[in-house]
Ligand binder design. Structure first.
Ligand SMILES: Nc1nc2c(c(=O)[nH]1)N[C@H]1C(S)=C(S)[C@@H](COP(=O)(O)O)O[C@H]1N2
Ligand SMILES: [Mo]
Length: 402
């Protein structure tokens, strides 16, 4: 057998296999229906993901809204829920288009090559993307030998870029199948074998509905069992989410304990003070002194990037009042420094819109009691509309960034 014969045999085998894979739900219309839902889920993930990313790594000109105070709780809850729904949708979509893997010839032209390459890149990058995202929400951080957020951010451009190419290439098919088509006789589907495309004649409606119902039910189940970590009424259904937002000291989950952060001794030390530094001006306050300043009580959620969130009542000193003590300019950025020094979570920066917000506190109490050591005793930052990771615990110093 010459190589040419071998290719011909392989080609016939692929054609036969592809024909054998024909099923009522494997239609271009179904691919478009699932593709639209996936596209929507990806856009939601991208938008909410960029929002979360830039809150943590803002560009110099960026100013963020501070109301509603639950804004980040909602955007991040959406991010995680839409991301999880991508699993059943992608599996469904791959099931529908799987026979296309066995096209013959595998590459017909340069545009066809681009089309297939962009799909390969898109499938691979989005599977990696939702998988590392999911792993992050269940906090298996130790699995990652790379910085999660930067990787997830960079990969999102690969996903969206290859998706854009994919949509561009498939636009004619997408437009043709955007609406349900009137049923056509088999003969009208020119250029394809009746066997492979028999389903285009409108038979198999029942199995198509059953397939869509399965994907839909899968999506609903993962959404309902995830959203409970940020959406209180669904909390009893919260199966997948790693945290029950109701469990933890003072009714609030703990992300990192004082012991893990190795701050127990420093945090409990009688000599603890909070320094507030603006250039040469410096004020040092101990807990007593902080207590003597005007105390405010606010209701603000902790909303972790991992998706769980929980409303709580905080009491302490308005950050703005502390900044006035050192005559910090109203538009200054502030750096909050923790007693915890061995972690990137030990430092956060606070833009002026948050630093000067009347709800932003250096909190001393949580839900009516002195802060638990795992929630940041003696003092922590709490501010509206920001990721939990920026709500620095075990505060030691506030620096006005020049
Ligand atoms: N110093 C310090 N502050 C921190 C953290 C940390 O690890 N170290 N974790 C952050 C994260 S990721 C979250 S979600 C919140 C959680 O606050 P809680 O543990 O009081 O619920 O604290 C934030 N503040
Ligand atoms: Mo977090």
């Amino acid at each position: 057998m010459t190589p040419r014969d071998a290719i011909a045999v392989a080609g016939r085998a692929m054609t036969a296999y592809r024909a054998a894979l024909a099923a009522p739900e494997r239609t271009a219309r179904m691919a478009v229906v699932l593709g639209r839902l996936l596209g929507l889920a990806f856009l939601v993930c991208m938008g909410t993901g960029l929002y979360s990313h830039f809150l943590q790594d803002p560009l110099p000109w960026m100013v963020f809204p501070t109301r509603p105070v639950q804004l980040y709780q909602w955007t991040q809850g959406l991010h995680i829920t839409a991301g999880i729904i991508c699993f059943p949708l992608i599996l469904g979509k791959l099931h529908v288009v799987y026979p296309q893997l066995f096209q013959t010839p595998p590459v017909r032209s340069f545009p066809h090559f681009l089309e297939r390459a962009s799909i390969a890149l898109f499938v691979a990058s989005s599977l990696v993307q939702i998988t590392i995202g999911f792993i992050n929400t269940v906090q298996w951080y130790q699995l990652f030998a790379f910085p999660f957020r930067q990787t997830h951010y960079a990969l999102s451009f690969v996903v969206i870029g290859s998706l854009a190419v994919h949509i561009g290439v498939k636009l004619p098919v997408i437009l043709r199948h955007w609406r349900t088509q009137p049923r056509k006789p088999v003969a009208a589907t020119s250029g394809v074998t009746g066997r492979v495309h028999r389903w285009m004649d409108g038979s198999g409606t029942t199995s198509r509905r059953a397939f869509l119902a399965t994907v839909g039910a899968g999506s609903a189940v993962v959404a309902l069992t995830t959203a409970g970590q940020s959406f209180a009424p669904l909390q009893p259904l919260n199966l997948f989410a790693p945290r029950d937002p109701r469990v933890g000291p003072q009714g609030l989950p703990v992300n990192r304990t004082a012991e893990d952060a190795e701050v127990v001794q420093l945090a409990q030390s009688a000599g603890w003070t909070l320094s507030i530094v603006a250039g040469a001006r410096r004020i040092v306050l101990d807990r007593e002194a902080l207590r003597e300043l005007e105390q405010r009580t606010v209701d603000l959620p902790i909303a972790c990037v991992e998706g769980w969130s929980r409303m709580a009542t905080w009491t302490g000193v308005r950050l703005s009042d502390l900044l006035d003590l050192v005559e910090a300019p109203a538009d200054a950025r502030i750096r909050a420094v923790s007693l915890e020094t061995n972690s990137s979570y030990g430092v956060s920066e606070i833009g002026p819109e948050f630093a000067r917000d009347e709800l932003t506190l250096v909190a001393l109490e949580l839900n009516g009691d002195e802060l638990d050591i795992d929630h940041g005793y003696p003092a922590r930052i709490i501010s509206p509309g920001r990721p939990g990771v920026l709500q620095t615990k075990w505060l030691s110093r506030l620096e006005v960034i020049a």
